[in-house]
Design a protein around this ligand. Structure first.
Ligand SMILES: [Zn+2]
Length: 174
């Protein structure tokens, strides 16, 4: 997975037990890392948009729209791009929500998942790309089953942020 069987520089066989993997051929040091992903908590009228995954891992489970960043892509741009690809909606980010570590399914590579709060500004909702269904959910009516294990934590944190105390703080800002 994230560890190389052969050196990508010179092709010499590497030990899978070392971290970093040091190549006996060219001396290169290969570090394992987490893959960066970005997604958006898209909220309208107090409800959160979730997507049902149409692909493995977690096919058929509910997920937050998002995905892997492209090389050199800023996570804000990646979150906006992934939401539009999966839901057809154009969004404006309202702020950073949090960072969560997970793996891409059981035994998969580590992922670093960055989430933003967002609001829709256009487009027509329709599931596409990795998503097979879209739906809006209230904080106390979130669906099961959920995808990746960090999704449950993100949703719990989002629900806590929607408590009446927090809402009144938000309304003071308007
Ligand atoms: Zn090498």
């Amino acid at each position: 997975m994230a560890r190389f069987r052969f050196c990508p520089n010179c092709g010499v066989t590497l030990s899978l037990d070392e971290q970093p993997q040091v190549c006996g051929g060219c001396g290169a040091e290969h570090y394992e890392h987490s893959y960066p992903c970005a997604g958006a908590l898209l909220v309208k009228n107090g409800q959160l948009l979730l997507v049902r995954r149409g692909i493995e891992p977690y096919k058929g489970c509910w997920d937050i729209p998002g995905g892997f960043l492209e090389a050199g892509e800023h996570p804000e741009d990646g979150a906006v791009r992934e939401v539009e690809e999966e839901t057809g909606l154009k969004v404006r980010l309202r702020g950073f929500f949090g960072a969560y570590i997970d793996t891409y399914g059981q035994g998969g590579d580590y992922t670093l998942n960055l989430f933003y709060l967002a609001e829709p500004i256009g487009g027509e909702p329709r599931p596409a790309s990795d998503a097979q269904e879209l739906a809006w959910f209230p904080p106390d009516g979130l669906p099961e089953p959920l995808a990746f294990s960090h999704i449950r934590q993100v949703l719990e944190d989002w629900r806590a942020s929607q408590s009446p105390t927090m809402r009144s703080v938000e309304s003071h800002r308007r």
